[in-house]
Design a protein around this ligand. Structure first.
Ligand code: FUB
Length: 325
């Protein structure tokens, strides 16, 4: 049985969980951390993942099943290394696995692989999705069946190198006083789910006074790991703050934003990163996330966990402490 706040699986290291309910079952699409002893740095070189395994649970009381290898780097022609945080979406009878990886030039791009089965195996497209860059795809299939892909991550994820619209190897987070944050991106997907319907748009996150979040506001500014869910008709855009290690969220009226910052979802966990998803299952809401508790804090040996997430009557999310409540 899967226990809240315990690792979902212990036989492999897993991270970056994207949880979905397909056909009444819970499916989790995590990264698969490799337990190497290589370098750990700000470029994320420690995250040397090569494949994906899909986890599933028949119910929250049932054991968590590892469905085996769903996609391996060696089968994706455009990838050179680092299969990072994936997501999955369902449309018209097919499952689409979205994943970031470095292309042959060393730039992160986002690819897609397709299956008839939510557990895979997934067959990759020959090339990455044209117009994509950086990391951490998260896909919303909205109530009107339009789909949106959210993405972007700083530092190792290269988002700050794309602010001009093309790759600048010297691109950096702005340091000038008053500079707005490096904006994450969103784009509508075409009906085929494997191509962008538009140029990626920049997402604006506002503070309580209607001013855009500043790059220097590390407690609140976007770093990586976007997720989009809808609650009572509002769009909840949530993400990791990276250097300050919070999961936070902002609310808007459109899938494109702007979103207004609301507060924290989860206080820092053991390990440098956390990365999350939020899903409704049988009338309750759950936060899936990771920490490095299973490896006593090794950044790239992480484990996926989940816990119930609750809202206040006004729609704000009750902030959680990972090891106290
Ligand atoms: O797992 C590799 C990277 O670490 C992810 O893409 C980021 O979100 C962070 O969790």
């Amino acid at each position: 049985m899967a226990n809240q706040k315990e690792p979902l699986v212990t036989h492999i290291f897993t991270a970056d969980p994207s949880a979905h309910v397909f056909d009444g079952k819970l499916y989790v699409y995590p990264s698969h951390d490799l337990a190497h002893d290589g370098e750990d740095n700000d470029e994320g070189d420690e995250y040397q993942m090569e494949d994906y395994h899909v986890l599933s649970m028949d119910s929250l009381d049932a054991p968590c099943v590892d469905n085996g290898e769903a996609l391996h780097m060696k089968d994706v022609p455009w990838v050179s290394k680092q299969m990072w945080a994936p997501d999955c979406a369902f449309k018209d009878g097919k499952y689409y696995l979205y994943f970031p990886a470095r292309d042959k030039e060393g730039n992160f791009r986002i690819g897609v692989a397709i299956s008839d089965n939510p557990a895979g195996p997934f067959k990759p497209e020959d090339n990455y999705i044209q117009g994509t860059f950086s990391i951490d795809p998260a896909v919303l299939v909205d109530d009107d069946e339009e789909s949106y892909i959210y993405f972007g991550g700083l530092w190792g994820g290269q988002l700050e190198k794309w602010v001009t619209g093309s790759f600048n190897p010297d691109g950096a987070e702005p340091k000038e006083e008053g500079a707005h944050e490096v904006r994450p991106r969103v784009a509508k997907l075409n009906k085929d789910m494997i191509s962008l319907a538009e140029e990626p748009r920049e997402i604006v996150i506002l503070d309580e006074n209607g001013n855009e979040l500043l790059a220097s506001d590390e407690d609140r500014r976007y770093f990586e790991g976007p997720w989009m869910h809808k609650y009572n008709g509002k769009y909840y855009y949530s993400y990791s703050t990276g250097t300050t290690h919070y999961l936070v969220y902002a609310i808007g009226d459109s899938p494109y934003g702007p979103f207004t910052y609301q507060g924290r979802i989860l206080e820092p966990v053991i390990g440098w990163t956390t990365h999350h998803s939020i899903v409704e299952y049988n009338g309750k809401w759950y936060l899936f996330y990771h920490d490095s508790e299973m490896s006593n804090g090794v950044n790239h040996r992480r484990c996926v966990k989940f816990r119930e997430l609750k809202y206040n009557p006004d729609g704000t999310i009750i902030c959680m402490k990972p090891y106290e409540d």
